[in-house]
Design a protein around this ligand. Sequence first.
Ligand SMILES: Nc1nc2c(ncn2[C@@H]2O[C@H](COP(=O)(O)OP(=O)(O)OP(=O)(O)O)[C@@H](O)[C@H]2O)c(=O)[nH]1
Length: 291
Amino acid sequence: MGHQVNPKDALSKPSSIGSSVIPIINKLQDIFAPINGGGELHSRVQLPQVAVVGSQSSGKSSVLEALVGRDFLPRGCDICTRRPLVLQLENQPAEEREWGEFRHLPGKRFYDFSQIRREIQAETEREVGYNKGVSDKQIRLKISSSKVLNITLVDLPGITKVPVGDQPSDIEARIRKMIMAYIEQEACIILAVSPANSDLATSDALQMAKEADPTGSRTIGVITKLDIMDRGTNARNFLLGNVVPLRLGYVGVVNRSQEMMGLLISCLFEMGLDDGIGLLEEIGNEKGLVM
Ligand SMILES: Nc1nc2c(ncn2[C@@H]2O[C@H](COP(=O)(O)OP(=O)(O)OP(=O)(O)O)[C@@H](O)[C@H]2O)c(=O)[nH]1
């Protein structure tokens, strides 16, 4: 049994303590993090982190981006999370520009967040190829900014039922095992993401979270896609915790959708505002948004 740090204690310490402790925790995480995923997913030292779990395309990466306040994760229909991404956010009040640094590219600072997205994609492909392959080998990224909280977040591949591309026939079992290795740790806070346009009663995220955290003491329920909620979806009752009670409760979110951006661009086009489209793209590039 490894040494455990209570995540709620660690995350609620005053920022002055947090700012001195977090870089040390991040260093420890790097030291104890497995270089090769296979077989030795976790070290015996358990450090506090927040893992985002849910079915494929439920909105996990979008929730993480909202927490960071930047768009930098590969997202969309065909592009999904295929390796665990460990995101160490470090609050540096004196930092004028935000930057990211990958563990596999030490010393190289990325100031352009669309480059970060490209590197995540490229590093995924280097390990698992181009055809939907999935691996438990982590990608580790540190983001240093004056605007983030000191926190470590983990984006995990989404639970999928049907193997596609290079995925093995037991892909669902493999992904579940990979997720479980993170969320069963007592020092892990689970963000269980379920989209409101699907049946919340059969949410994979809530089922897995319950398995790992039966008392619901370290799980936060996140209901995404409230803007496209199905008729009859009992999201309100879920959000109130009446269906699956969680001590840390639920949050409902509406993230930016591909459709919304597409609609905005076509509106500008219809209005003959070609300049507007250019401007939007410029702002998007600057902010690292996918257009
Ligand atoms: N309408 C709407 N679309 C959303 C919302 N959140 C996410 N999306 C869209 O849903 C799609 C999937 O979102 P992601 O954040 O990539 O989902 P994910 O769970 O990380 O996906 P995987 O990594 O493939 O498992 C993207 O096209 C998002 O733009 C939301 O609140 N409302």
